[in-house]
Design a protein around this ligand. Structure first.
Ligand SMILES: O=P(O)(O)OC[C@H]1O[C@](O)(CO)[C@@H](O)[C@@H]1O
Length: 934
């Protein structure tokens, strides 16, 4: 006996399968359906691919082959496999297509559901898929949304076969039918053929009943007076709706407009019944097949429905039956207030959302497979979080998924943050692929640098922290010059570097985005003179049009590298600001970006937040910060310690503003679990093979004590570029969670202004405004900001008072305007430990003026919970600055005083301790240790 499905075909209704699956195709399942059931088409959608690809291992081999060959994104990985399936299905259907002269035999592939609101994006995506599949019997599926209709018109004009999906109402169907006609007419106008272009309008059925029936059931349950009338239309509205659509179709194809196109060989846009599996088990499982049979239509069935119809469906032309009855059902639905229009209108965005959700699930699963395949070529991350934080992070990731955060970040949607100028600051995303720098220019620089023993980089904040990480973690290539980084006005430190190099031989890189930062300007003046004003040994990195660019041109600098004005300083390491010094050290920048690529792709717009390493980390940082765990404590394994200084700036300057944000805690030695408050989030960066058993044991104890710990695993040093990118994304995401603009630094400027004022006054008078100490010992004097009042005049009491209210979430800061050397670092560490262990409060530290261009923003603009000691001292030997009245030592003191005043004006508690002699620091350590003893 002929299969019932075959009989359907004979009745004029094409039988299509709403299903795709690798194994099914490989085993010849589709060919069997073609042969035995007369099947003539296949449809797919994101949910179908999610079911096929998102679970099990049927696609693993395909994924691996693709990933093994290409540096592939998640969406490319998915698409590559989807296209393989679609091509396989197209091949199985090709005999049908050929036999029927292109009237049938199609397979559909849907455009990304994320594009449903964008006409132009949809057009481009459909054209791309059409070209990528390259089969004449492909139909590209485009949603019949408001944005979709004009896209359909253009695509038909292009000659691309289109399956219009997500149609629920007669009116939206009419709009796309019009788009089809208009597209064909446009071809005619251009003298192009209209034969051989196929289209179907996919009208969804069961989803309508699912909604309407639910409303009916609720009303009956509530004892509605119209219960009988409601019962009478239950399960009938969707079919009636479809029948009326078909009635309109029949009328339309008799219109002269259509006839004119038909005469030129145009094929009608057939109605296709979709969503034909019954949702209500009370209904016969073949209901939406049996009742919708008619010529020149298509029914695409899920396998279960197809099996059911083959088994017990009823073949009879029903579609044109009782049209009056159908009108009556619709009229009744209207009379009963069932709101069909509202239902069908609501089903469109719901349908788009369902497909987006499915695409998210699918891409998330593919991202997991991709990460597993890459193994340790992609840095890993685990988060061990206390339950409430873990819950908040999961909820955030889900919200971020539903709201499309990754796509919005990459598209530059400022509403992700404050709706300000954020979109202007996203150049770092592209820079992650190495696109900002010119590889030939870097090669030229590398050759120039090879002739030098030492390279000295002069720059502040983002213009120098990245390069230092690269130099300390990757190091100069064999035979490459040594990199010295100077970011200070400290005369001792400047003299140390000047003494360690031959200034008549070294190569100098002056690095400043703005090109007008004071410190590199002064350092340039100093070294320019020392180097004998030889421009051939100077290189500038600066944004186009800056003051530095002009000076570099005037002084005949050997090379000038432009930055990207769409990248802020702290996000600039993967642009010229990091890559120029890297190339100068002989680092292979191409290989560096190749090693970074897996993370850049893993953080892409196509990877849903939960599977996206940057978003996951950002959600943890942001949720921790808003739940008062705002001290990000950085605990790297020994080989990664230098990374903390770069990270500090990124986190602090990006998030610390408007009284909110994250205070990074770097270089605070790990303590016992009992020594911490509940204001911490710990992050451990672990370099494989870089074991530190004591640290590991302490970390384990921290998690046992319920402290949150994020662990990042890096297999090789060369993969450090991945962490730059991951943390940049994470910081931007944390900014979105906290609700600030992560790309500005509003409070940094104030300290600069305060310093300028003091330095300008010095230039006039030859002296800094006098300051009177509140108290002093033989070793140090204590100053307060402005005319602040202090309740004690004895130094020990003052220090005790200063630390008296220091408990978490307050934190202590040591801001030392002294030479950054081992002895001073050790002294500061000793004070931090004394304070932390006595109070459980987090401690931060910075050398001035270096930190002003880094963490300084958070100390001024972030949470007003800091107790700061600004430390200054008389320089041993000062250095004059060519062309300036003030010396470096004077500028440094002015910076410290300016900084203190601004900190105080922001509600931070602050005192300045001025060391009177060489051993003043030791005395201060002792005094602080004593002051915090409880
Ligand atoms: O590269 P520039 O413009 O000299 O700025 C250096 C650093 O100073 C800051 O602007 C802060 O003052 C940072 O954001 C920046 O990284």
């Amino acid at each position: 006996m002929t299969s019932r499905l075959k009989q359907l075909g004979e009745a004029g209704q094409a039988v299509w399968l709403d299903f795709v699956d690798r194994k099914f195709l490989a085993e010849g399942g589709l060919r069997t359906l073609v042969e035995e059931d007369g099947l003539t088409g296949v449809t797919s959608n994101p949910s179908i691919f999610e079911k096929a690809m998102g679970h099990g291992d049927a696609y693993d081999e395909g994924f691996q082959t693709f990933l093994g060959k290409a540096d592939a994104s998640v969406v490319d990985t998915y698409e590559n496999q989807a296209i393989a399936d679609i091509k396989a299905a197209a091949a199985d259907l090709r005999p049908v297509f050929d036999r029927l002269g292109g009237k049938d035999g199609y397979v559909s592939l849907e455009v990304s559901p994320y594009l449903a609101e964008g006409t132009q994006d949809t057009i481009e995506e459909a054209r791309r898929l059409w070209a990528a599949v390259g089969e004449p019997n492909l139909m590209v599926k485009v949603p019949g949304t408001k944005a979709g209709a004009p896209a359909i018109r253009t695509l038909i004009e292009d000659g691309i076969n289109i399956n219009v999906t997500l149609l629920f109402s007669l009116s939206s169907y009419q709009v796309v039918a019009e788009a089809y006609l208009a597209g064909l007419e446009a071809r005619v106008k251009k003298g192009l053929g209209v034969d051989g272009i196929a289209s179907v309008a996919s009208f969804f059925v069961s989803r309508i009943d699912a909604k309407i029936d639910k409303a009916i059931d609720a009303r009956i349950e509530a004892g509605d007076a119209e219960s009988e009338a409601l019962k009478a239309v239950r399960g009938k509205v969707a079919i009636a709706n479809a029948k009326l659509a078909y009635a309109w179709y029949q009328e339309m194809i008799t219109s002269p407009r259509w006839q004119a196109l038909a005469a030129k060989g145009a094929m009608p846009q057939r109605l296709l019944w979709a969503s034909t599996g019954v949702k209500d088990p009370a209904y016969p499982d073949t209901l939406y097949i049996d009742m919708l049979i008619g010529p020149d239509t298509v029914n695409t069935m899920p396998p279960k429905t197809m099996d059911a119809f083959r088994d017990h469906g009823t073949v009879a032309v029903t579609l044109t039956d009782d049209i009056e009855g159908a009108r009556h059902v619709i009229a009744e639905a209207e009379r009963l207030g069932l709101g069909l229009d509202t239902v069908t209108e609501g089903l469109v965005p719901e349908g788009v959302q369902q497909f987006s959700d499915a695409a998210d699930a699918l891409l998330g699963a593919v991202a997991g497979k991709r990460a597993a395949f890459l193994g340790d070529r992609q840095n890993g991350m685990d988060a061990d979080l206390p339950a409430p934080l873990a819950k908040a992070v999961d909820a955030r990731l889900e919200r971020a998924r539903a709201q499309g955060w990754p796509r919005r970040l990459w598209q530059g949607d400022a509403s992700l943050w404050t709706g300000g100028d954020e979109a202007k600051w996203l150049g770092w995303l592209a820079a992650g692929r190495g696109t900002q720098t010119d590889p030939d220019a870097l090669t030229k620089l590398a050759a120039l640098a090879r002739g030098h023993k030492d390279v000295v980089l002069l720059g502040m904040g983002g213009s120098r922290l990245g390069p230092e990480v690269l130099s300390l973690i990757l190091g100069s290539a064999n035979g490459g010059p040594r990199l010295h980084v100077l970011d200070t006005t400290d005369p001792g430190q400047i003299a140390s570097v000047a003494g360690a190099i031959d200034p008549r031989e070294a190569l100098f890189i002056v690095s400043s985005k703005s090109g007008s930062t004071m410190e590199p300007e002064l350092l340039r003046a100093y070294f320019w003179e020392l180097a004998g004003a030889d421009g051939s040994r100077f290189v500038a990195v600066t944004d186009p049009g800056s003051k530095l660019e002009a000076a570099a041109k005037a002084d005949g600098f050997a090379m000038i590298f432009p930055g990207d004005p769409a990248i802020g300083g702290r996000y600039s390491v993967l642009s010229a600001f990091g890559m120029v010094p890297a190339a100068a050290m002989g680092i292979d920048t191409r290989a560096f970006f190749e090693a970074a690529a897996p993370m850049v792709l893993a953080c892409g717009p196509d990877v849903p937040p939960a599977a996206n390493p940057g978003f996951r980390l950002g959600a943890v940082l942001g949720e921790a910060a808003v739940s008062e765990r705002d001290k990000l404590t950085i605990l790297p394994s020994p080989g990664l310690v230098p990374f903390g200084a770069w990270l500090e700036q990124l986190i602090a300057e990006s998030t610390g503003k408007q009284g909110r944000g994250i205070v990074p805690v770097d270089l605070e030695p790990v303590g016992d679990a009992v020594g911490y408050g509940s204001d911490r989030l710990f992050v451990h960066l672990h370099l494989e093979g870089d074991e530190d058993a004591a640290l590991e044991a302490k970390l384990a104890a921290l998690t046992q004590a319920g402290q949150p710990l994020v662990t990042i695993r890096i297999a090789r040093r060369e993969l450090i570029g991945q962490e730059f990118f991951r943390w940049e994304v994470a910081t931007a995401v944390a900014g979105a969670v906290i609700g600030i603009n992560p790309f500005d630094q509003p409070d940094v400027e104030d300290a600069k202004v305060a310093t300028r004022k003091l330095v300008d006054a010095y230039a006039q008078t030859g002296a800094l405004e006098p300051a009177t100490p509140i108290a002093e010992t033989e070793d140090f004097a204590i100053f307060g900001p402005g005319d602040a009042e202090f309740a004690a005049t004895d130094p020990a009491a003052l220090l005790r008072l200063h630390f008296a209210s220091l408990f978490p979430p307050r934190y202590a800061g040591f801001l030392a305007y002294v030479e950054r050397n081992g002895a001073n670092a050790a002294a500061i560490e000793a004070m931090r430990l004394a304070v932390r262990d006595a109070t459980q409060a987090a401690t931060v530290a910075g050398f001035g003026p270096r930190f002003l261009h880094s963490t300084g923003q958070a100390y001024k603009g972030g949470p007003a919970t800091g107790d700061f000691l600004v430390i200054t001292r008389e320089p041993k030997a000062d250095l004059a600055i060519p062309g300036h009245r003030a010396s470096f030592g004077t500028v440094q003191i002015a910076q410290a005083r300016g900084d203190m005043d601004v900190l105080a004006s922001r509600g931070q508690r602050v005192m300045r301790v001025h060391l009177k002699h060489e051993n003043g620091m030791d005395a201060l350590v002792a005094a602080v240790t004593h002051a915090v003893r409880r």
